[in-house]
Design a protein around this ligand. Structure first.
Ligand code: SF4
Length: 289
C-alpha cells in the first residue's frame, strides 16, 4: 500500500533510535516497539536492536516481516534470544499460487509457512497481516483454515487495500458488496479457531455483527516526515453520511474508491450512538521504521 514511497523514504537514524531508547529507559513511555520498514530481517543489526530495546524497558519487541527468513531455524533462534517476542507476518493470500504471484517469489508461501511452524514452537506471539486486494481477497477464508494448526497465532489482521493515491491505478480495489461476504466468512472462521481478528479500512456500517473487529488505530509512528504528505492522498474520512454517523473508528470511503465505484450512498448507512462499537484499546506501542 505504500510501495511507491518505499524507494525514497529515508530510514530513521541510529541517533534517533538511541534517543528513543533513552527516552523509554527514563520515562517508560511505551510498553512495546515494532521494528519495521522495507524488510527488517535484512537489517544485520536487527538482533542488536531488539536486545537494546529490551534493555531500554520495552516489554515486547515486535518485528513486521514477510517471514521468509524465519524458515532458517538458527536465524529464528537468534531473534528470539535477542528478545523478539512478537512476529507480525505478512501473508498475502491463502494459497501458494496467489501468494507467490503477488510476491514474485516462487516458493515464498511455503517458506512463510515453514517459518511460522518454526517460531510456533517458542513462547512467542504470531500475528498475520493480509492486505485484501482484488487479486487475493477470495482466498482469505482458505488462509484462516490453512493456519489452523498454529498454537501461537493470536491475531489475524485483514487490511482492505487502500492506495495512497487518488486513483486505483492497478485495479486492486474490491467493491464492498463483493468484499464483505468473503471477509465475514474469514472472520467467522478465525473466531472459531480462537483467533482475535482486526479489520482495517472497511466501512463500519457494513460489518454488522463484526463491527468490533474494525480497529483503524495505529501505533505512534516514527517515520520520515515526508511520508505524511503521501499519506494524505488516501483521502480518509470521506463519506456522504459522515455528518450523521456516530462511528468513531470508520475511515469512510477513500478518494480512489469513490473515483472508481462511486460513494456507495445507498449501501452505507450512518450509525447511531447505540449501534456503533465504541470500545477501543489504547495504543501502547511505538512503531520504528
Ligand atoms: S455511514 Fe459512512 S462513516 Fe458511517 S460507518 Fe458507514 S461508511 Fe463509515
Amino acid at each position: 500500500m505504500i510501495e511507491d514511497t518505499m524507494d525514497w523514504l529515508e530510514p530513521q537514524s541510529e541517533a534517533a533510535f538511541a534517543e528513543l531508547l533513552e527516552r523509554n529507559a527514563s520515562e517508560r513511555k511505551w510498553d512495546g516497539i515494532i521494528l519495521t520498514g522495507s524488510e527488517i530481517t535484512l537489517n544485520r543489526n536487527l538482533p542488536d536492536m531488539a536486545r537494546r530495546a529490551r534493555d531500554a524497558g520495552f516489554a515486547h519487541v515486535r518485528i513486521q516481516t514477510h517471514g521468509m527468513h524465519l524458515a532458517n531455524p538458527a536465524f529464528a533462534q537468534r531473534l528470539i534470544d535477542a528478545g523478539v517476542d512478537e512476529f507480525f507476518i505478512s501473508v498475502t493470500a491463502g494459497d501458494h499460487e496467489t501468494h507467490d504471484a503477488i510476491t514474485g517469489r516462487p516458493g515464498s508461501f511455503e517458506k512463510i509457512l515453514a517459518g511460522m511452524a518454526i517460531i510456533d514452537a517458542y513462547d512467542v506471539v504470531i500475528i498475520t497481516n493480509t492486505v485484501l486486494t482484488a487479486n487475493s481477497f477470495r482466498s482469505a477464508p482458505a488462509l484462516v483454515d490453512r493456519l489452523a494448526g498454529l498454537k501461537r497465532l493470536r491475531q489475524m489482521e485483514f487490511w482492505n487495500y487502500w492506495p495512497m493515491a487518488e486513483t486505483d491505478r492497478k485495479s486492486l480495489l474490491i467493491r464492498f458488496p463483493d468484499l464483505i461476504p468473503v471477509l465475514k466468512n474469514a472472520i467467522e472462521r478465525a473466531h472459531a479457531y480462537g483467533r482475535r481478528v482486526e479489520v482495517k479500512n472497511v466501512p463500519e456500517c457494513l460489518l454488522g455483527a463484526y463491527q468490533e473487529c474494525l480497529v483503524n488505530d495505529q501505533p505512534e509512528l516514527m517515520i520520515d516526515p515526508r511520508f505524511w504528505g503521501e499519506f494524505g492522498r488516501n483521502g480518509f474520512d470521506q463519506c456522504v453520511h459522515r455528518n450523521q454517523c456516530a462511528s468513531k473508528q470508520c475511515l469512510g470511503v477513500g478518494t480512489a474508491y469513490a473515483q472508481r465505484f462511486g460513494w456507495e450512498a445507498d449501501i452505507l448507512a450512518p450509525l447511531t450512538e447505540h449501534n456503533h462499537f465504541n470500545s477501543r484499546e489504547n495504543n501502547e506501542k511505538t512503531s520504528y521504521l
